[in-house]
Write a protein that binds this ligand. Structure first.
Ligand SMILES: [Zn+2]
Length: 105
C-alpha cells in the first residue's frame, strides 16, 4: 500500500481515498465535437510512469484532490485541490460557526 499526501489532512493511507481517474481538462460542451467528447470520456492515457490523477478523500476531509503518482512505483508528489473542486459543506460548518474539528474535542 502507499500513502497519499492530502493537502488538508497530511499523508494518509491510500485506502482512505477513492481513485477518480486521470486529471484532464473538460472540453467546452458548446464547442466540442462528438469525437473530442468521446475521447474525453473514454480514452485514457494509462501512463506507465508519472501521471496526474484525481482522488476523493472520503474517510478524511471529503475533498477532491489532484495528485501526481508514479503508476509503476506508487510514489507520490505533493498534492493540491483538484481543478474546479468545491469545498464540501460539512454539518455544523456554517459561516461564523467553529470549524467541525474544534467541536469534537
Ligand atoms: Zn484529506
Amino acid at each position: 500500500m502507499f500513502r497519499i499526501p492530502c493537502p488538508y489532512c497530511g499523508p494518509r493511507d491510500a485506502t482512505e481515498f477513492r481513485h477518480q481517474g486521470e486529471s484532464r481538462n473538460r472540453p467546452d460542451p458548446r464547442t466540442v465535437t462528438r469525437g473530442q467528447w468521446r475521447a474525453y470520456l473514454y480514452e485514457k492515457d494509462n501512463v506507465a510512469g508519472w501521471t496526474r490523477e484525481n482522488w476523493y478523500h472520503g474517510v478524511g476531509c471529503r475533498r477532491f484532490i489532484s495528485v501526481e503518482r508514479n503508476t509503476v512505483t506508487n510514489e507520490t508528489r505533493p498534492a493540491a485541490a483538484a481543478a474546479g473542486a468545491v469545498d464540501p459543506v460539512l454539518p455544523g460548518a456554517e459561516a461564523g460557526a467553529p470549524d467541525a474539528d474544534s467541536t469534537r474535542r
